[in-house]
Design a protein around this ligand. Structure first.
Ligand SMILES: [Zn+2]
Length: 182
């Protein structure tokens, strides 16, 4: 198991709709590394493209907060229904030091594949629904700042510029899929 580097704002992979996962046989090692990384960084969720991998999958673990029993792995997910709306001050491992108020539906129904490749449909609410929507946005190439007003973006302009400069340097050593058996 290994802790992977987190990709920050400025890296183009965060703007890309990720490729669907088609093979599940080599996925355990990748998921193990992603969980190691998420726990190390104190994140509630982590999408594959946040560690530089172009795959439509993400993980989350709200065991301590939202009463969800187990960590979740969401592969090739699709939100099929949603209702309600609430605002929450979100953070993101790819935007260190930045928090933004974002409106999202409160309840969602999600269709997804588990790590065995089997399809499941489940309804989520509260913070779990919010984290799932945040991570779903990631694998669809949508970032937190795409969900706020121009004024909100102007307020954090200098922080974004700094992240962008650091990202341009870090991309040269970005991890690739080479180490995983896909
Ligand atoms: Zn994020």
């Amino acid at each position: 198991m290994a802790v992977l580097d987190i990709v920050h704002f400025g890296d183009p992979i965060l703007k890309k709709k990720c490729n669907p996962v088609k093979r599940f046989d080599g996925i355990d090692r990748l998921l193990g590394d992603m969980f190691d990384t998420m726990y190390e960084e104190d994140g509630l969720g982590l999408a594959a493209n946040q560690v530089g991998l172009d795959l439509h999958l993400f993980i989350l673990d709200l065991s301590d907060i939202d009463g969800v029993e187990n960590p979740l792995v969401i592969i090739n997910g699709e939100i099929t229904a949603s209702e309600g709306e609430s605002s929450y001050n979100e953070g993101c491992l790819s935007f260190p030091g930045i928090r933004l108020d974002i409106n999202r539906p409160e309840v969602i129904t999600l269709r997804y594949q588990n790590p065995n490749g089997n399809w499941e449909t489940e309804t989520f609410s509260d913070l779990t629904a919010r984290v799932i929507q945040h991570e779903m946005d990631h694998v669809n190439g949508i970032m937190m700042i795409d969900r706020v007003s121009t004024l909100d973006k102007i307020k954090i302009r200098s922080e974004l510029k700094n992240l962008e400069i650091q990202s341009n340097e870090k991309q040269k050593t970005r991890p690739t899929l080479d180490g995983y058996n896909f």
